[in-house]
Each structure stands twice: as C-alpha cells, then as structure tokens.
Design a protein around this ligand. Structure first.
Ligand code: FAQ
Length: 313
C-alpha cells in the first residue's frame, strides 16, 4: 500500500471504532499527538501528588490521613500506567522525565496553585478529580488501545477520589461558621482553575479538530467543561456552597448552567511556567528524582541479574 492508501485505511479503522495498537501502522502526527498528550497526562498525575502531599502530616484524623495517603498513592499509580502507555511508542521514561524537568513537556495548569488549608484537599478531590473524571471517561473511548484501557481503571479510582473530596466539603459545610468559611474560600480559589483544566475554548484549541478526527478525543474541551459545570453546580448548591461566578445562570431551554468568562491570561501565564507554584513543583520533582537515583540503579541491576539467571536456567 502507498502511504496515501495506508492513511485512508487507518481512517476507516478509526471510523469503524477499532482500537489502534502500538505495532499497527499510524500517521506520524497521530503518534506525536498521543505521545504529547499521554506524557503530559502522566506528568500531571505525578506532579499532582505534591499539593496533596503537603497535607498528609496535617490531616485532621487518622481516617482522613489513611484516605489521603491511599488517594495520593493511586495518583502515583496512574502516572505509572500512563508512562507505560507512552513507552509503547518506543520512548524511554527517563526521556519523558527530562522533558518535564526542562520545561519542554507540560503538565496540568491546576497543580500550580497552593493548598493553603485542609478544605483545599476537599476541593481538589471534589473539583479537580471531578473534572479529571469527566475528561477521562471520554478518553476511555479513545482510539489508541493502551491509553483507552489505562483510562478504565483510572476512572474507577478517580470516582473514589471525587467522593472523598465531596465528603470533606460536605462535612465542613455542616460544621461551624469557621469551617463553612474555609470550605467556601477553597471553593473560590479552586473553581476557576478547575474549569481551566479542560483547556482553551474549542475555537482556539490547536489540537482539537485533528484529535477528534482521529478519536484521540471524542468530545471537545468546551463540551466537557459544560458537562462538568452542570454536574458540579448542583453538587455545590446541595451542600450550601456558592459558585464564585456572578454570571452563573440556568438556561431552561438548553438545560445548561451558563457561566462567566474564564481568565485566559491567567491560564496561559500558568501554562507557560509562571503560575504561583510552577518553580516550586519542578524544583521539588528534580530534588526527589535525584535522591531516588540509587533506587532506580538498584532496580535495574536486580532486573539484569534476574535476566542473567533466567538465561542460565
Ligand atoms: N494545562 O489544543 P489544546 C488529574 C495546552 S489528571 C496545561 O486544547 P489538547 C488527576 C495543550 O497541551 C489532569 N496545558 O490541547 C489528579 C496544548 O499545548 P502544546 C490532567 C494545557 O491536548 C487529580 C495547548 O495548551 N489530565 O487531574 C492545558 O488537545 C488530583 C493547546 O490546547 C490530562 O492531562 C492545561 N489545563 O487538549 C492527579 C488529560 N490545557 O502541547 C492528582 C489528558 C491545554 O500544543 C491529584 N489531556 N493545555 O504546547 C487532555 O485531555 C488534553 O491534553 C487537554 C488539552 C484537554 C488537557
């Protein structure tokens, strides 16, 4: 087949809902987009452990601490599945880590905001994981097999994360006036960054149209953001929280909550590395990655020893 015929055949497979596997023929741009997106996603999971890790030693009870530890470990696990999915393209994990640490690879903007009090842990679980579920349930239908399969398990775990966050918020909203104020303050600070997680509007999103043609994304940034808003506004009202948006109105015809303008200047400042915690997040990653060097060396040496023994047996 000529390259042109291969491309037609590839598109037919995508349109028929078939999964593309790592050894199948694929256009270079499909490979490149997926590698960019999956590695960015993996980095987000791993960097996302930092804002929450900040609260492990200050969790208000043993129960809260156990839940938070389990959640953070899950996020590390998600990073591992995603790095493995990206490695099916032949890239080495160390190369992806280098891209993260040198600023060549992005990670989700939302993890560049600080966690100032315990209610932030509730807001992250409820809003950030809530947004991640909406996005990732869509990605579980992605055309690339290893990514879609990783998403199925990740979404199940994100469901638990979202509920633990909502439980923290609900408990605080049923507490003292001070606790209610803390929950509302966290809501005020995390609402807009959570909406930004879905990326730029469809009209200015560089990758959406090609990604949708290839079913890398099966829904657009704006449509997912709207679903998240519709779902989350109801949950906020249910526990007495106010959504920090004076333009929020319910449209009975479309059954959507219309919302105000997103601050895109803030979004791009954060994406381009100048948000409140960008430098801190990367410096922390570099420090602990270096400290873990001996563990990686020992694991590689052990693997080689096992291989040698297996070949002798
Ligand atoms: N932050 O053309 P688009 C989680 C970039 S996991 C930073 O729309 P695309 C779990 C984008 O890369 C959260 N950069 O791009 C958890 C592109 O830049 P480039 C992470 C962003 O890829 C919870 C440019 O802007 N989830 O939360 C962002 O088609 C709690 C143009 O944008 C994923 O990564 C952003 N928010 O759509 C963990 C999901 N938005 O590369 C710990 C997978 C856009 O051309 C604790 N990713 N950009 O220079 C996706 O679904 C997509 O990549 C989008 C962006 C929707 C994020």
């Amino acid at each position: 087949m000529t390259d042109e015929q291969k491309l037609v055949h590839f598109q037919e497979r995508i349109d028929a809902g078939e999964k593309i596997e790592p050894k199948d023929w694929m256009p270079e741009a499909y490979r490149k987009t997926l590698l960019r997106q999956i590695s960015q996603h993996a980095h987000s999971e791993v960097i996302g452990m930092q804002p929450e890790g900040n609260w492990v030693l200050r969790a208000p009870s043993l129960r809260a601490k156990k839940i938070l530890l389990a959640k953070i470990q899950d996020e590390g696990g998600h990073g591992l599945y995603l790095y493995s999915a990206a490695e099916t393209f032949g890239i080495d994990r160390s190369e992806m880590i280098e891209q993260l640490q040198t600023g060549k690879a992005k990670y989700s903007s939302v993890f560049n905001y600080p966690t100032l009090n315990w209610a932030d842990i509730g807001a992250i679980g409820w809003l950030v994981d809530g947004a991640a579920i909406v996005n990732q349930t869509m990605l579980a239908k992605c055309s690339f097999g290893p990514y879609a399969r990783a998403m199925v398990r990740i979404c199940k775990e994100e469901g638990f994360h979202q509920r633990q966050g909502y439980e923290i918020m609900a408990k605080m909203m049923a507490g003292t006036n001070e606790q209610k104020a803390m929950a509302q303050d966290a809501m005020n600070r995390w609402w807009w960054p959570s909406l930004m997680m879905f990326g730029p509007h469809d009209s200015s999103s560089a990758h959406t149209s090609e990604s949708m043609k290839w079913k890398i994304k099966v829904e657009s940034n704006d449509s997912l953001r709207q679903r998240f808003v519709n779902r989350t506004v109801e949950q906020a009202h249910h526990i007495g929280l106010t959504v920090p948006d004076l333009n929020l109105t319910y449209n009975k015809e479309t059954r959507n909550w219309n919302f105000g303008d997103i601050n895109w200047d803030e979004f791009w400042t954060v994406v381009n590395g100048n948000g409140p915690c960008n430098h801190q997040r990367i410096a922390h990653h570099i420090k602990y990655h270096r400290e873990g060097e001996w563990v990686r060396e020992a694991a590689v040496a052990f693997g080689k020893k096992q291989q040698k023994q297996n070949s002798l047996n």
